[in-house]
Design a protein around this ligand. Sequence first.
Ligand code: ACO
Length: 189
Amino acid sequence: MASLPSLPSTPISQEYPKWTPDHALDLLFHPDIIPVQVRRELHPDLHIRPLSRTDYNRSHLAVLSILSVVTDPGLSAYQARFDLLRAAPRTNFTLVIIDKQSDQIVAVGSVFVEHKFLRGLGSVGHIEDIAVDPKVQGKKLGLRVIQALTGMSEKEGCYKTILNCSDKNIPFYEKCGYMKKENEMAKYN
Ligand code: ACO
């Protein structure tokens, strides 16, 4: 008789007692759109998933604050913003990488899909707000976030994926397969 595949000796819930699995969360988009290859390449202590409505309690804003000014809006305003993003289907894709031991966010990133009239009603993916917790920078989490967002942009049919960054981050994005093209203009209010 063929032997059965062996089961893990410790159930996942005991290995990671704090970790909240996807099925117990209210997510921004369906997790299946995240490329399988990126999931496979993550360390088993980490998990990549869509932003959840309760990620206010998982250091989402603290991780983002390494990128720019973040003011605490409070839980209900955070969740109102989440609901606003989710109300526009196939447009806002924010994902997070979770440390399963702590159930806290260690990396975040977004792709905004702009639905155009040109190029046969084409779409463009805009990568925004990439941040990795300084404690775990240099471990390829930024790369995994960009690979996931780029794959999602492609799956959504975008004919290109673009982003703005400072000169110091150009080498990082080149390692992620991006190249410098054109210029950015900005006017702050
Ligand atoms: N200069 C040169 N190379 C770099 C840099 C850099 N600033 N950052 C990363 N790399 C290289 C790494 O050495 C690695 O190269 P390797 O494959 O040869 O080993 C490769 O890029 C992948 O690096 P990761 O380990 O994935 O990078 P990390 O997880 O640290 O994430 C990030 C990089 C996102 C820039 C992180 O340092 C960070 O959060 N910085 C602060 C916030 C920030 O600047 N975010 C980006 C804003 S732009 C935007 O949001 C569109």
